[in-house]
Design a protein around this ligand. Structure first.
Ligand SMILES: [Zn+2]
Length: 121
């Protein structure tokens, strides 16, 4: 099993920051049980099955992580040489619920699918 190939997908009406088209293919992210689950905003993150990332569910089920998507619109300015640039969003999970997704432009230092914080409050 190749752990890095495992991820979940968040489907929402998130617009591409470049062309404003809705992202149809979803946003990939890697927290909770990595079981190729399909989520939407407001859903409860599954921690029941292995493998998990992180290995233990954080206290109170609060976590902020980075997710990634490609724009689906081939006419979008994020497409270069027939390939779309990978875009990054910040996904906020509070009490195990996915409550927010927002564009994240400062991702150069963190790396893909980074976990930004495990909120302890
Ligand atoms: Zn776009």
């Amino acid at each position: 099993m190749v752990l890095s190939s495992l991820f979940n997908t968040l489907y929402c009406d998130f617009p591409c920051p470049h062309c404003q088209e809705k992202i149809v293919t979803g946003i990939g992210f890697r927290v909770g049980s990595l079981i190729k689950a399909r989520y939407k905003i407001g859903d409860t993150l599954n921690w029941q099955q292995e493998p998990r990332r992180p290995e233990k569910r954080p206290n109170n089920g609060n976590i902020i992580t980075l997710g990634h998507f490609n724009c689906d619109n081939p006419k979008c300015t994020s497409w270069q040489d027939c390939y779309p640039d990978i875009q990054t969003v910040k996904i906020t999970v509070e009490k195990d619920r996915i409550i927010d997704v927002s564009i994240y432009t400062d991702a150069l230092s963190e790396g893909q699918f980074a976990i930004l914080t495990e909120i302890t409050k």
